[in-house]
Design a protein around this ligand. Structure first.
Ligand code: SF4
Length: 468
């Protein structure tokens, strides 16, 4: 007689930052937590898995065998808080994700086990160790091949996410100073099987998909061909879905790629433009933009529009040498240029980036009571000493320019321009709704920051929050 295999319960938690709660207030929360979906898919069938997603569901203690967290810097304190609660009850906890991978020793103080790096090759061993009662403190992964990375358990995601998400690549060969992608996902660009990626795209029961790759086009011929095959596969499947994703500006040099991206339903391309000032791009080591050339930016936007795709321009406020004047000028550039969707974030030195190390060495980090202060590292708060302004001047300047950028009359103007440039009402509608979503993210997040933060109390009255 065969004995029945013991069953277990795994609870995976997607935490939120208390300073930016709720789906609409956290940009990272627009898409379902793919890392947890993959962990769930890697977990054997005699485990019952549940995802508790704080974007939608209030935390309620559940009795389980093992608890897992995914961590971003801005959400890591919530992980530590919930982990402490479970550990009090002798339930072991595991943390992974980018923050825990960058600072495993810190994470180890608050959790039983830390997964450093990507989970594909580690998770089955960790589960086996747990079942044999020999869970280790650290599991460190080499970067796995992702060719056959499993499809995430989309059945476990909260149904109210308006986007589905698909991943086709990982890693980035660039090393922009403010970015930790190359540290976490490696500088070797890794490709997932086109068939699996197309299958995921088709199977998601959402009309809108976001390709969550940091750069779906890459920089090599192999990466470019991989993207092309993916677009062709989606187009040939006949599914009628719209999608957006991040690429570098070199995508504009490849019209065949743009043509098939459009044929497969692409409506939005996110470009990390960062700045229109060459010296700042040099400082930030944004090599690809320097290679394209600031004077060619308009040409990039024009090529993308030609294929009825909108441009999300992502910019940074607070790069070295920024002043209130250069920030104002950057906002004017964003409003005047043929950029359809506006994102302008506060420069944030995340752990694991060269920027964090530099600011630490230069003594410019303003909030270093870690881990508590990680909540402030959320792209909306000023956490470092700018070199040509006071932190207060910087905050005022950011908030004033956000008001300009997201003024409804400017967003309506952008909508009409997108319609004219792309000649596609669906694209223009997608762009307009994205701008409203980002507007909400910025203003609601700002209110929250000001309510919680006593650092810049003067701003509360100055900005007349009630009018936002
Ligand atoms: S910002 Fe983009 S291009 Fe630069 S390192 Fe990060 S992922 Fe790569």
């Amino acid at each position: 007689m065969t004995s029945k295999k013991k069953t277990y319960k795994l609870l995976l938690i997607n935490p939120v930052n208390k300073r930016r709660q709720g789906l609409k207030l956290d940009q990272d929360s627009i898409y379902p937590p793919m890392g947890l979906g993959i962990i769930a898919a890697l977990t054997p069938p005699h485990w019952e898995v549940e995802i508790l997603d704080e974007n939608f569901t209030e935390f309620e203690y559940k009795d389980v065998d093992l608890v897992g967290f995914t961590s971003l810097t801005a959400t890591v304190n919530r992980c530590y808080e919930l982990s402490t609660e479970y550990r009090k009850n002798k339930i072991p906890t595991v943390i992974g994700g980018i923050h825990a991978s960058m600072l495993p020793e810190e994470a180890a103080q608050f959790t039983d086990t830390v997964v450093v790096g990507e989970a594909e090759e580690i998770w089955p061993k960790l589960i086996d160790d747990f079942e044999k009662n020999r869970l280790q403190k650290f599991y460190k992964a080499k970067l796995p091949s992702i060719v056959n990375s499993p499809s995430p358990r989309i059945d476990l995601y909260h149904p109210d996410y308006s986007f589905g998400s698909v991943q086709t690549t990982r890693g980035c060969p660039m090393s922009c100073e403010f970015c930790s992608v190359h540290t976490f996902n490696g500088s070797k660009y890794r490709l997932r099987s086109v068939e699996k990626s197309v299958e995921d795209f088709i199977n998601i029961d959402k009309e809108r998909i976001y390709i969550v790759d940091d750069n779906f086009v890459g920089y090599s011929k192999a990466a470019r061909n991989h993207a092309l095959e993916f677009f062709k596969g989606v187009a040939a499947s006949g599914v009628q879905k719209q999608w957006g994703g991040s690429a570098s500006m070199n995508i504009a040099e490849d019209e065949e790629l743009l043509e098939y991206a459009a044929k497969s339903g692409c409506k939005l391309i996110f470009l990390g433009i960062e700045s229109e000032i060459i010296d700042q791009l040099k400082q930030a080591k944004k090599k690809v933009n320097l290679k394209i050339g600031v004077d060619k930016y308009e040409e990039v936007y024009r090529k993308i529009h030609k294929y009825e795709i909108s441009v999300l321009g992502a910019f940074i406020f607070g790069l070295d040498n920024d002043t209130p004047e250069t920030i104002y000028n950057r906002a004017s550039y964003i409003l005047d240029a043929d950029i359809d969707i506006i994102q302008a974030s506060v420069l944030t030195p995340l752990p694991g980036t060269a920027l964090f190390k530099r600011f630490e060495q230069e003594g410019r980090l303003l909030h270093t009571n870690f881990p508590e202060d990680w909540e402030r590292y959320n792209y909306a708060e000023v956490v470092f000493q700018p070199n040509k302004m006071t932190p207060g001047e910087f905050s005022s300047s950011v908030y004033e320019n956000w008001e300009r950028l997201y003024e409804i009359k400017n967003l309506k103007r952008k909508f009409l321009r997108t319609l004219k440039l792309t000649n596609n009402p669906t694209t223009a509608a997608w762009a307009f709704s994205s701008n409203l979503q980002l507007r909400n993210f910025v203003f609601e997040g700002k209110k929250k920051v000001l309510q919680l933060d006593e650092t810049f109390p003067q701003l509360g009255s100055k900005l007349e929050l009630k009018n936002l």
